[in-house]
Write a protein that binds this ligand. Structure first.
Ligand code: G3D
Length: 188
């Protein structure tokens, strides 16, 4: 299944499942990124577009993904928040070229971090500073500063510059997340 192979086989051995959330503003690149993460089989058969609030959800072997657009859908918030409790890892996608909306992304991140089902838990968060190929894209260091990531002290986090069109940067991020999620699952 590609770049999540390592995690899926680990979970298979342990007979466990991991739930991963993929979130970010609309147009940040979530759909393009998950197209790289999806196994070929799920690309063909298992894609289940979900009603209204979620871009889509899909599962493969021991991994379940839920993908949410966090912008302009405030009224669906309570629906997606329902998934926080059981999630083992979060992938937060940021459009590095959209500095205007970085403050909105930061706002959404704060809402996640302060949520009762996330605050106080060591849920690993992988940030993709996506669209790094764009001429006006901020560097991952700059994105990290704009999003004030250094203030996240109670959770493991990591930021990777990515280009979802070519897949560049995705494997590095997923490798990091895999190690973190393994730790979360071991501790269960
Ligand atoms: P979303 O699912 O978060 O809403 P999408 O975002 O994956 O639909 O991506 C939104 C647009 O950004 C798409 O363009 C997509 O091709 C483009 N995109 C995604 N990732 C990258 C990237 O890393 N670099 C560049 N240059 N573009 C990217 P369209 O034109 O289809 O709307």
């Amino acid at each position: 299944m590609g770049i999540f192979d390592k995690l899926a086989s680990f979970l298979g051995l342990k007979k466990k499942e991991a739930n991963l959330l993929v979130v970010g503003l609309d147009n940040s690149g979530k759909t393009t990124i998950i197209n790289h993460l999806k196994p070929a089989e799920s690309k063909r058969h298992e894609i289940v577009p979900t009603v209204g609030f979620s871009v889509e959800s899909f599962s493969t072997k021991a991994l379940k993904f839920q993908v949410f657009d966090m912008s302009g859908q405030g009224r669906y918030r309570t629906l997606w928040e329902h998934y926080y409790k059981d999630c083992h890892g979060i992938i937060f996608v940021i459009d590095s070229s959209d500095k205007m909306r970085m403050v909105v992304a930061k706002d959404e991140l704060d809402q996640i971090l302060q949520h009762k089902d996330i605050a106080g838990r060591k849920v690993p968060i992988l940030f993709f500073a996506n669209k790094m190929d764009m001429r006006d894209a901020a560097t991952s260091v700059k994105v990290s500063t704009l999003m004030v990531l250094d203030d996240i002290r109670d959770k493991p986090w990591h930021i990777c510059a990515s280009n979802a069109l070519t897949g560049e940067g995705l494997a590095e991020g997923v490798d990091w997340l895999t190690d973190q999620v393994k730790d979360v699952i071991q501790a269960r």
